[in-house]
Design a protein around this ligand. Structure first.
Ligand SMILES: [Fe+2]
Ligand SMILES: [Fe+2]
Length: 205
């Protein structure tokens, strides 16, 4: 894959199709469409909209899970071999490293793509504070895109009824943290808690 370069969304879509399962491909197309929809729906302006003719929501949505199907140890090795720094949290739960690995894979396909797009892809797993509208939209889209069948239409409507993208992201983050706790997967990561506090500050909660 490192030899390939993409110039268009169609080419990125072709690479994705060859890299992940059909289910993941459908999810990623859903995330691309939903990210783009959210950015328009909430009238977002705080992000880099296009780069080299590529559109932010489409690019990040298609690229965000490029590494998602790599086994945990392979993900850790990929990051080590490519100089991608991991947090203790990611080393402990390697699946979380797929954000950073996917962002790195995207940089091989589209060298020099915007740093803010890279950060959005890196952070989509648990969210991260201090990022722009694109990162927020990608995080939300990953959770609510149409092929996510764990979500009822009613719940999806409730999220989209939020007055701002920040309020929508906050509702999802709170539900995710509650879900992790309930299922006993893991406690909220430090990053998720920092993001939660930042969103509460923004929302005046
Ligand atoms: Fe992901
Ligand atoms: Fe995803």
């Amino acid at each position: 894959m490192s030899e390939q370069r993409i110039c268009t969304i169609e080419q990125l879509s072709d690479v994705l199709k060859k890299t992940v399962s059909e289910r993941r491909f459908i999810h990623s197309v859903g995330v691309a469409q939903t990210t783009t929809m959210l950015l328009e729906y909430y009238g977002c302006t705080d992000y880099v909209k296009t780069w080299n003719g590529l559109e932010a929501g489409a690019f990040c949505g298609l690229a965000h899970d490029l590494a998602r199907e790599m086994p945990g140890q392979a993900l850790i090795e990929y990051c080590r071999n490519n100089g991608v720094e991991l947090t203790d949290w990611e080393i402990k739960s390697p699946v979380l490293a797929h954000g950073k690995a996917s962002a790195h894979m995207a940089s091989l396909l589209a060298p020099g793509y915007p740093e803010s797009w890279k950060k959005a892809i890196e952070a989509h797993t648990t969210g991260r504070n201090g990022l722009d509208d694109l990162a927020q939209a990608l995080f939300v889209a990953d959770f609510i895109e149409p092929s996510r069948t764990f979500l009822t239409e009613e719940k999806r409507r409730q999220y989209l009824a939020k007055a701002s993208l920040t309020a929508c992201e906050y509702a999802i983050l709170c539900d995710m943290i509650a879900h992790w706790k309930e299922k006993g997967y893991h406690d909220a990561s430090e990053g998720s808690l920092l993001l939660k506090r930042e969103l509460e500050e923004k929302l005046g909660i």
